[in-house]
Ligand binder design. Structure first.
Ligand code: A2P
Length: 304
């Protein structure tokens, strides 16, 4: 069987590694060393952050250290995202992110959620800016050389279909929650038919935040059976499944052993039959919105 490919080529020729490091939990200063090691010891070249994670400075310091160690900037694929309150001016938002990241440009800049809001007295309220205006701001990031590529996150078919009708620069990806309990196959198939890469966040099912064992895909008996069959961990089975069905996966970990475990999930291949076996455990379970009450959804209940 052919090996899994390590990169996808974007329309501008950039190569995006298909396995990246999610960093939403990496918020303490000691993570600098962890992310540095993820790059130089494990081999991660794709790092996913966001202004909302409040860790761009940490990532910036880790990158600086990696560059000093001899890693070439061109090898790295750095992704950050504009939060909903920044969508009135993506160029200004990205400039702030770049300063924290200590970079001249990012490889990919995303709209984090398709809602334009502002904060008034600590509360989120609607900011009446249409998405086509936001996208013009995202395109300006490319035109000004601040972002090599742009994309979206948490967009549904309807919004993205609309965006494709007016965009001048197409989004290269849609980052959404994907794992075998939430395969979103019709949306994924459509994205792929449009040449928009599905990027899977929470490809392991945000294990620590899901209380009910039945909802933890890492504990699913098919996943465990396949882990035994292939001599791999359940996490590696889930990531390999994602890669096999064409997702770009960005598992989060702040633990060095699991970072390595996750990175080597691309070193084997599930058979076609076993990939299909995992497709069948789908429960349409959207952990992030349906189970985890985020601080944001408490402030803006219409979101959930
Ligand atoms: P830790 O940072 O201690 O490794 P997701 O990417 O689905 O949001 O998952 C993130 C959660 O999954 C984190 O709590 C992380 O904890 C944990 N995790 C990361 N990799 C693995 C793995 N290979 N097996 C089990 N849990 C993992």
């Amino acid at each position: 069987m052919e090996e899994l490919k390590r990169f996808v080529e974007l329309p501008n020729g950039d190569k995006m590694p298909v396995l990246g490091l999610g960093t939403a939990h990496a918020t303490s200063n000691e993570e600098t060393e962890m992310i540095f090691k993820a790059i130089v010891e494990c081999g991660y070249r794709h790092i996913d952050t966001a202004s909302r994670y409040d860790n761009e400075e940490i990532i910036g310091n880790a990158l600086k250290k990696a560059f000093e160690h001899g890693i070439d900037r061109k090898e790295m694929f750095i992704v950050t995202k504009a939060w909903m309150t920044e969508l009135d001016d993506p160029v200004a938002a990205l400039k702030k992110s770049l300063q924290k990241l200590q970079l001249d440009s990012v490889d990919l800049y995303l709209i984090h959620w398709p809602m334009v809001l502002k904060q008034v007295d600590g509360k989120y309220v609607r900011n009446p800016i249409p998405m086509y205006k936001v996208w013009q701001g995202m395109e300006a990031c490319v035109k000004e050389g601040l972002a090599k590529n742009i994309g979206v996150s948490n967009f549904n078919f309807q919004l993205l279909n609309d965006l494709l009708s007016y965009c001048e620069i197409r989004p290269v990806c849609n980052q959404i929650e994907l794992n075998p309990y939430n395969i979103q196959r019709p949306l994924v198939a459509w994205l792929q038919s449009e040449g928009i890469h599905p990027v899977a966040y929470s490809p392991l099912g945000i294990s620590s935040l899901v209380q009910n064992e039945d909802d933890q895909v890492l504990k699913n008996k098919e996943v465990i059976a396949l882990a035994e069959k292939y001599g791999k961990t359940p996490g590696q089975i889930l990531l390999n499944w994602g890669l096999s069905v064409g997702h770009i996966v960005i598992p989060k970990s702040t633990n060095p052993t699991r970072m390595k475990e996750n990175f080597t999930a691309q070193d084997f291949r599930l058979s076609k039959e076993d990939v299909e076996r995992l497709d069948k455990i789908n429960k349409k379970l959207k952990i992030y919105c349906d189970i985890v009450q985020t601080s944001f959804s408490k402030e803006f209940p219409a979101f959930a």
